[in-house]
Design a protein around this ligand. Structure first.
Ligand SMILES: [Zn+2]
Ligand SMILES: [Zn+2]
Length: 162
């Protein structure tokens, strides 16, 4: 991102940037769109403050049932960048001669916003432990049958009483 910067003056911006699929590999997701960012920034005391919102469309695999699903994820991007000639920590985002690179804070914030368990829907029923069918689509009675059998086994008279 390059812009003429006037200290203290808020400037709005909007941009699309493509991130590499590799950052989502561990999460079983892929990018279906560039990340769209909209917000404002200002520069003061050798720091650039970024205050923006981002959204992106991902293709993910449900951690519960394994089904693929598409979803738009929204997340905030509120970061500070400091001039690289200042003393800084390794985690700091820097302003270099070329400006700032937004990709790193962007992917950091995206990953933070994703929940640890990705579900195709909030009430995903998962797979049947017995027949392996996706219970979101098909109803089976395997687990009820299993419980019935367990109940009968616990009850010494279960089999006789049947
Ligand atoms: Zn699911
Ligand atoms: Zn089943």
């Amino acid at each position: 991102m390059r812009a003429k910067v006037e200290p203290g003056k808020k400037q709005s911006f909007e941009l699309d940037t493509k991130l590499d699929d590799s950052i989502l590999e561990d999460r079983n997701c892929k990018f279906l769109s560039p990340v769209h960012i909209e917000g404002e920034f200002y520069y003061q005391n050798e720091k650039l403050y970024l205050n923006a919102k981002a959204h992106v469309k991902l293709l993910c695999m449900c951690d519960n049932c394994g089904e693929e699903f598409e979803r738009v994820f929204e997340f905030p991007l509120e970061e500070e960048f400091i001039e690289n000639y200042n003393s800084h920590n390794e985690e700091d985002y820097l302003i270099n001669q070329a400006g700032i690179s937004i990709d790193e804070p962007l992917s950091d914030n995206l990953l933070l916003s994703l929940s640890t368990r990705m579900l195709c829907r909030e009430d995903c029923k998962g797979l049947c432990q017995v027949c392996g069918k996706n219970k979101n689509f098909t109803e089976c009675h395997c687990e009820e049958h299993l419980k019935e059998i367990e109940r009968q086994e616990e009850n010494p008279f279960g089999k006789i009483m049947k």
